[in-house]
Design a protein around this ligand. Structure first.
Ligand code: GRF
Length: 228
């Protein structure tokens, strides 16, 4: 798998995690490249970033009519169609704010990853950083994982931890975590494109090559888990 994968990124918001993949590809840190960015929000900054970087940008807003379930299924069917049409090998949820339907998850299982701003299985769902602060966690961080049918639950790829201080606000903690996300996400793609990540039940077995902590600058105070 050394030649790189065709990445499809799903993003609802500002798209800085998307940018970390675009940059890693441009700098040759990963062999894969982003071929399409899909957003449920036509106004998402992530789509503008895609266009700025000459990556295909597709807005796929959810249908307005129909029962909730049927609407969600129809929406995800359109997303699957866009991923297939662009021959996406690996789909990446990078700040995608909708819960995927089981149909889409099953179709892409093992080829679909997510990044989450907390140390899973703690603090799944939205506002992982706020939840960590509210519960007085002394460590937080971020997690990349394969997506399964439960939210923020599938087999974990990579994690990195950092200290939470009493002075932290949601904003300061989110900012520090985000900087680490921008390292973990490209490295996760790197491991997958090299065939170095294998799902075994609910775990991922990693067979990492030279650590990125030796190849690229690290951030102070961050503990990079196995595989980074
Ligand atoms: C990140 O914190 C990510 O972990 C979460 O959503 C945020 C996306 O940020 N899932 P951005 O839109 O990529 O800047």
């Amino acid at each position: 798998m050394g030649k790189g994968l065709r990445l499809g990124v799903l993003a609802s918001g500002r798209g800085s995690d998307l940018q970390s993949l675009i940059d890693a590809a441009a700098e040759g840190r990963i062999a894969s490249r982003v071929v399409v960015v899909i957003s449920d929000d036509p106004g998402a900054k992530a789509l503008a970033r895609a266009r700025d970087n000459k990556v295909l940008a597709e807005a796929i807003p959810p249908p307005i009519e129909g029962a909730t379930d049927a609407r969600r299924r129809a929406h995800d069917a359109r997303i699957a169609e866009a991923l297939d049409r662009n021959r996406v090998d690996l789909a990446v949820l990078a700040g995608y704010m909708r819960i995927l339907t089981p149909d889409l998850v099953r179709k892409y299982y093992g080829r679909l990853i997510n990044i989450h701003p907390a140390l899973l299985p703690s603090f799944p769902g939205t506002h992982g950083q706020r939840q960590a602060l509210e519960r007085g966690a002394r460590l937080s961080g971020c997690t990349t994982h394969y997506v399964d049918e439960q939210v923020d639950h599938g087999p974990i790829l990579l994690q990195a931890a950092l200290p939470v201080t009493d002075q932290d606000t949601e904003e300061t903690l989110s900012k520090r975590i985000l900087a680490v996300e921008h390292q973990l996400l490209p490295r996760s793609v790197h491991l997958i494109e090299q065939g170095r990540a294998k799902i075994e039940g609910h775990r991922v077995r990693l067979d990492p090559d030279e650590s990125w902590t030796r190849k690229y600058p690290t951030l102070p105070g961050v503990l990079y888990g196995h595989g980074y």
